[in-house]
Write a protein that binds this ligand. Sequence first.
Ligand code: RB5
Length: 151
Amino acid sequence: MRIAIGADHGGFEQKQQLAAYLTNELNCEVEDMGCFSTESVDYPDYAAPVAHAVAEGRADAGVLVCGTGIGMAIAADKVPGVRASSITTPAFAELFRQHNNGNVVCLSGRFVDLDTNKAIVRTFLETPFEGGRHEGRIAKICAIEAEAEEA
Ligand code: RB5
């Protein structure tokens, strides 16, 4: 599985650990889109390339890490085709996949420990979309995107 990963300074340390986890333990092909130090940066600059990689099919899924995960989710969700959310528990990661067909998971590097974030990432990647009654709801999200693009 091809994973695009990114972080700001608030998520840099965990991003390094999660990229290694994805590569070495989950056998993923990881494209690291920065940042590459703890120097202060702006999270939308890292959310955008990861979101575009997923929306354009260059990555199968995205992982973003900032202080809370919230800013990354807000920014990534601006890209049509992306369904991003801030996720803080494995249970929410499971529902994010089953019900929302989420494709970019956004993590907190400051308020959630590394082991929990590893479990979230693993659950996110291993849980399939349930389809069924959720298909129509995703279609309605796509319709909102299409309306916004037409406006
Ligand atoms: C950076 O200080 C912080 O605002 C950022 O990492 C993130 O938490 C934003 O949502």
